[in-house]
Ligand binder design. Structure first.
Ligand code: PLP
Length: 297
């Protein structure tokens, strides 16, 4: 498959208050966040031209900037508007948005209180992350040797660029073994999440998902918990140990990009893509397009 580089596309990117031609959206090599990993980003989707959970994503970006001591000069409403402008400028119907706040090149060095905090939002057409057969059979995952850090080690609840370095190397290692993604344990050895999605297990007709005390409490995860409860399903938010996984009947991942992705194999053990995963997938797909949630139990 030919790759279309992300810096060589038509369209416009919203950058620091105005729309700029896509190929002109450039940064200097001495940009602080490029060296020190201090970016805060979002992954947002739009369906039928309408941005899903826009407020929640913009608020998470603002919260992340606060945690990182990045003095962003935009309000929630302005960030929302930047996202809407990026979608409109590129005529996106079903697509993905990538807002990013970063420290500029005014200062280089660990301390950079005077570095300007920039914001840009790109939006592009992006129907699905995983497609076809993979959604029928489920993706395969492999436990990473890297672990999600403790909450007093890193800003674990922010969607901070630096936290993704272990996700990239974990996913590369999983792909090298023929898997689609890595399963990450936390610093205690408890099951945490995938590299860019949260994890759910189905057992005895109920959903089980790890307590998000050291990783992102995904907006999709929260949506699915609410949706499942509205459907009449029980949801257990709890500690899940690696050995508990073998007692699960179905597994799926949730995330803005991944939406509801069935998991068919964990560390070589196969699981079926079962009825509850399918129901949740259908219900989520209807919900993001403005549909109502129906009771199943
Ligand atoms: C590490 C990680 N966990 C979980 C998620 C799921 O979060 P959300 O549902 O808000 O997209 C993401 C995606 O943003 C992620 O990158």
């Amino acid at each position: 498959m030919a790759l279309i580089p992300y810096d060589d596309r038509d369209g416009q990117i919203w950058m620091d208050g105005k729309l700029v031609p896509w190929r002109d959206c450039k940064l200097h090599f001495l940009t602080h966040s490029l060296h020190y990993g201090g970016g805060i980003f979002e992954g947002v989707r739009c369906y039928g031209g309408k941005i899903f959970k826009l407020n929640e994503h913009s608020q998470r970006l603002l919260d992340g900037c606060k945690t990182m001591d990045m003095k962003i000069e935009y309000t929630l409403e302005q960030i929302n508007q930047a996202c809407i402008d990026a979608v409109r400028a590129n005529n996106i119907t079903d697509g993905y948005l990538r807002p990013l706040a970063w420290r500029g090149a005014q200062q280089i060095g660990v301390s950079a209180p005077l570095a300007k905090v920039h914001l840009a939002v790109a939006a592009w057409d992006w129907p699905q992350y995983y497609k076809g057969d993979l959604l029928e059979k489920g993706i395969s995952v492999m436990t990473s040797k890297w672990r999600r850090p403790a909450p007093d080690t890193a800003p674990v609840h922010a969607k901070a660029s630096g936290l993704y370095m272990i996700c990239t190397i974990s996913k590369h290692a999983a792909e090298a073994e023929g898997c689609n993604d890595a399963l990450m344990l936390d610093y205690r050895g408890h099951v945490a999440e995938l590299t860019s999605a949260n994890l759910f297990m189905v057992k005895d007709g109920a959903l089980h998902t790890p307590t998000p005390d050291c990783f992102l409490n995904g907006i999709t995860r929260q949506t699915v918990i609410q949706m499942a409860e509205d459907m009449g399903l029980k949801v257990h938010v709890r500690t899940i140990l690696p050995e508990d996984l073998k007692t699960g009947e179905e597994f799926f991942a949730t995330g803005t990009a991944a939406e509801i992705t069935p998991i068919g194999k964990i560390d070589g053990v196969e699981y079926k893509v079962g009825p509850i995963t399918r129901k949740i997938r259908e219900a989520y797909s209807a919900l993001v397009r403005g549909g109502a949630v129906e009771k199943v139990a």
